[in-house]
Design a binder for this molecule. Sequence first.
Ligand SMILES: [Zn+2]
Length: 189
Amino acid sequence: MSNTKIWTLWESEKINEDETTLLRKPAAEIPIPFNDEGKRDIKTLVNAFLEMDDALGLAAPQIGISKRIVVFRKRNLDEKTRIKSEQDYDVLINPRITQSRGKMEKTTEGCLSCPEISIEVSRFPEIKVRAYDIHGNKINNRYTGFLARIVQHELDHLDGKLIVDHEGALYYPKEKQNFFENLLSNRDL
Ligand SMILES: [Zn+2]
């Protein structure tokens, strides 16, 4: 378990008002070239991610930093073994999807910021992303399949968008049916 607090829309059948406000806000760009604050925020997010062994990806707003930074695994997506090297993950700063290709595919997704639920979400099977890497270099990356899904999920966080905004089938623990039905009845959290 990591020590980093993950910000969530709700917790134990109670809405987190303050955390929701930040998670719902479009995140700010990191100045290029990186300033000290930007460098610190990038490091904080990457370190938080590397401490976790149960996450596929993490966006800065999920740890309370409203900046356009995401980090995610790019290898061993099924095993979720401990990340060993820089080759195991990507960091994208100020990312922008420049191309989405293929027929959208539906799969169930979860999110650390939306505890205890999962929702079917449609995503493109192939995307191209323009961004800066951790060293401040311009990059153009192509992602396909499940990895493309992870990247689209993480990038949504930077615009304040979460899985609950998607229309797909919804799954939650039966004993919390009342809470989640009320919460998600209009899906405009
Ligand atoms: Zn998420």
